[in-house]
Design a protein around this ligand. Sequence first.
Ligand code: ZN
Ligand code: CU
Length: 529
Amino acid sequence: MLDVKIEGATVIDGTGRPGARTDVGVRDEMIDAIGDLSRESAGTVLNASGRVLAPGFIDMHSHSDWRLWGNRRAESKIRQGVTTEVVGNCGFSPAPVATEFLDEMRAFALYVPRGMDFSWRSVGEYLRAFDRDGTALNVVQLVGHGTLRVAAMGFARRAPTSGELTTMQRLLAEAMQEGAWGLSTGLIYAPGSYSTTDEIVAVARSAARYRGFYASHIRGEGRTLLDAVREAIQVGREAAMPVQISHVKAAGRPHWGKVADALALIDAARAEGLDVMGDVYPYTASSTSLRTALPDWALEGGVAAMLKRLHDPGERQRMREDMERGGGYSIVERMGWENVMIAWCPKRKDAEGRRVSEIAEVRGLEPIEAVFELLRDADGVASMILFQLDERDLRRALAHPQLMIGSDGSALATTGDMSAGKPHPRSYGTFPRVLGHYARDERVLSLAEAVHKMTGLPARRLGVRDRGEIRVGAKADLVVFDARRVADQATYEDPHRYPVGIEQVLVNGRFVIKDGEHTGSLPGKVLQP
Ligand code: ZN
Ligand code: CU
């Protein structure tokens, strides 16, 4: 007797092979049978003819560690068919932490939900604390290099002493023994940007020893894009580990077209025998913390020190000159402030959904001054959306065989605390947008390729053998969707909208989405490598 029998669906198994009509049976947490199951009885029988059955989607690049704590139902992700999220990306994870730098760490986090109390120190303690209350989907934790650096030396803008370097290595090695899957960097962000390649290689080796991989938000995505890709590949070569280039893009109009060159570097590295892959989200706008608009030295000493600088006219002048010269994130050089929208700013709600140029005009300030004012008013807690990417670059990345799908978003919800502001729609729409808009409507890739980039390919990157494919013996993470109807609904103006066409989602053999509705079930786990 099966627990669940899904009959008559077109099964796209995640390997990249086209779909075929068959039945799939689930018992306990596992896929137990595939084939003609008409004679098998089951506790729940689902007629899925005319629908696609695929492995649950793996979101290769997520920041949900900061949201899932207070959003166990993981609404905006599970409703896309995501059953596993890879968190701790872009150099920042909630653990490990050091008591000495706990305040710096907490101030740096953009969003800390109620109850997320930093009572842990190690990654193991954090994961156990997280796992206590259950979660709708599975979690794969990476360790942020920025987090390690803060734990070892705060927001010091210098090379680590040999003692501090040893601390980072030890903390990472411990984390790898306690369930982490690899190291992430965010090299445009302080404090990651304060580090040299040698430091990263030295730290990364601690993850390589435990067969972890290196995921990098690389040092530049505009003018310095190609050097930054080369640096990530160099880390993989020198530390002898797989490399995941996060959210591949070429930012800023002068740099459009360079994604092709970045992909060529990935191809060349692979031809050399290195295991280099990447991920991409299906939008032409990016999103990050508003603090990133400042030169990275503004964060030296942490957020409190940054706020002090913002109150000092002389320091503001220095920042301003640096920004106008193209220092820091160089938004001015790239696109202009009319292409920068404030997404979320709890202490300045009036700014949410508005372009910086518009906010500046209303306040009678120059755009840079308006940004300074916002960051000051908001204690540095604000995020922005940057309309700065090229559609052709995006299509090239989506079609590349070694690039998988990663939202770069978080698990949000259309109600309560999680529905604040105008966050990037990727948190709600990434996976349905690839399946609907880019695969079905625009034919940038086939449906089976799209599914592969959400399942089998990320499973290969992670080294997960029992997920990412529909196969007897694999874990029953499954999605049933209507390929004719599947579509994202979230927009930049109206982001808090769930997609349509994702009908059933099972995690570890249990329904979390049943007939389009959340069951409240929390069968997800913190996955161990
Ligand atoms: Zn990033
Ligand atoms: Cu990210």
